[in-house]
Design a protein around this ligand. Structure first.
Ligand code: DGL
Length: 270
């Protein structure tokens, strides 16, 4: 049972988190489309990548961050991480009483839009091996050939700001070339870090391959949940976004600012 504080102008923040900078692609979309909301963004960089960790470990991290959000009066939580969503969202929803919005790869739209019904999903190792994720793929793959492509190593390079390095390009090529040889016409980004290298993926695959991401559907789902539980901040003033990282340092702050495309102050989490 959700126990929710309803008020006309609900200025309580929305907590958004990821293992690192990946979830910023979702936070950006939320900030643009819900400009009156106050946002708290936590990057759990000290423990990234989640994709190489066990389900138990991921659940422990997710529960700790969720409790921190609740202690900071969060009215909703966005799990801006595919790996954390498939590994930990069900148990989190059973434990806490505020709406929790997760990220799911756009498999269903991909199976609808793909012309030749050959689709690849790029994910972390922990997502590729997860039963909840495999069930989602099975649900939509009856009319399409869906290839699951784990991409170990990519998140680390993105976190180290090596997105444009030859190492990153080579790694991507290794993952994408076999998919192109199989004739895929659609790529689903099943990790929130991957939109940060979307242009590289596009350079390798060409414009004939459609790349699908999830920031927009997640934002719409958040909007629906806020409306449903009467949690929308209906004030006219602009909201604020506050950033935290469990591995705070100046290099991190510079990386955050670069991706956010404006100067920002990074705080230490917790
Ligand atoms: N950005 C995350 C995801 O969507 C986590 C990647 C990782 O930490 O391995 O899966």
């Amino acid at each position: 049972m959700l126990k929710i504080k309803r008020q006309a102008v609900n200025t309580d923040p929305i907590g958004i988190f990821d293992s690192g900078i990946g979830g910023l692609s979702i936070a950006q979309c939320i900030e643009q489309q819900l400009p009156h909301e106050n946002l708290l963004y936590v990057a759990d960089t000290l423990y990234a990548p989640y994709g190489e960790k066990s389900a138990e470990f991921i659940q422990q991290r997710v529960n700790e961050i969720a409790q921190w959000f609740i202690a900071h009066n969060a009215k909703a939580i966005v799990v801006a991480c595919n790996t954390a969503t498939v590994n930990a969202i069900d148990q989190l929803r059973a434990k806490i009483s505020i709406p929790v919005i997760g990220v799911e790869p756009a498999i269903k739209p991909a199976t609808i839009f793909s012309k030749n019904k050959k689709i690849a999903i790029l994910v972390t190792k922990a997502t590729a091996e997860n039963k909840r994720f495999l069930a989602l793929v099975a649900q939509y793959s009856h009319n399409s050939d869906v290839i699951i492509q784990p991409c170990p190593g990519l998140v680390e390079l993105i976190e180290q700001d090596k997105r444009n390095s030859p190492e990153c390009k080579l790694m991507l090529l290794t993952y994408l070339q076999p998919l192109l040889e199989k004739g895929i016409d659609t790529i689903v980004l099943g990790c929130t870090h991957y939109p940060l290298i979307k242009s590289l993926i596009n350079n390798i695959c060409g414009d004939s391959v459609v790349i699908m991401e999830t920031a927009q559907p997640v934002t719409e789902q958040l909007q629906r949940q806020l409306a449903l539980y009467q949690l929308i901040n209906s004030s006219n003033s602009s909201g604020t976004t506050t950033f935290y990282s469990s591995k705070y340092c100046l290099t991190q702050q510079a990386l955050f600012s670069h991706i956010w495309q404006r100067p920002l102050h990074l705080n230490s989490y917790p």
